[in-house]
Design a protein around this ligand. Sequence first.
Ligand SMILES: [Zn+2]
Length: 368
Amino acid sequence: MASDISVSNNDSSLNLRRCTRCILPETYPRIDFDNNGVCNYCRAYNKIIYKNEHNFDLLLKSVHFQGNFDCVVPLSGGRDSTFVLHQMVRRYGLKPVAYNYDNGFVNPFAVQNMQAACNKLGVKLVRQTSRLHSIARKCFLKINLKKSPLHFLSTLCYGCQNTIWGGAMKLANEHGIPLIVSGESKIEEAEYKKIQLNQLQENTQDILKVALKSPFLYSFGKCAKMLFCLRYPSKETALNAVQTVRLFDYARYDEKQFLTALNDDLEWQSDKHTTWRFDCFIHNVILLMTYQLMGMTEWDDYCSVEIREDMMTRDAALERISRFADYRNQSLPKLDEILYQMELNQSERHKILSFVSQSPQLENKWGV
Ligand SMILES: [Zn+2]
């Protein structure tokens, strides 16, 4: 699947104006800078208040554990969820069961990490997949690609939250497990994603246009979505059904501590460019497309939060995002293969490849 698209290596994103405190660039949605060059996100930032690890101990004492497993840990093979699994066993002495949803794009490194961690910690690993999810995602990717690259980008993670949380909830219910402990954290709640999603509120005219243009795809997609939602409830429904806690609401999110524990105890590995979200290949597409739209990626966002949390220096953050150019050069040639696995046809793939291969759009189009 060789691509005939030539790649622009324009790295002018490095010349973007950036906040003098964090590293958010001028292309970030709704950003503004004061006279000192500090962005509105830094000015309005409130540091994360942790609930204290002692309260996590108290919470565990209040849970009535019975049966073979104490908790479900949704596991991706990435850094944060593997650390949570490690802590549940090594620090809190619980008997977790690890749950992984295989969306068809799991990085082999992540699979190795999951298997190695579960073997080492003596934890049962349950992996599930859903063809219905793949079908619904495929339909929505095709429909949204007809609208715009931003619509397509917004659909890439379609359904994974349902399958991860709905699957974890089902596992908990089947085995009478009272608790789900997740590795989600406030650090990773990128503000720009919410702003982008809000911009995608669709009107009836837009929906009708696509439905009339591709009636079969549209109706089939709707049916697949309905069946999928019956099988896998929304994240909110899943979370209300079983007691769920996020470890990093209690314990400080500390990347160095994670990596020390994981490398020393679990022989954990990551992609050579990043320890963030390398576990899913769809994420490569997300990073490349986000860069194209904004001249930045979520790396810039996470680093900026870590700077505000005094977890990273600004220079270290700039050094880290400078690695993206190399990541992009190595990821672009593999993109066609990933899109092919998403069952996109040649012209659909060409549309995406042409989009990500140009120089990034560096003007702020989000409005202040
Ligand atoms: Zn800032």
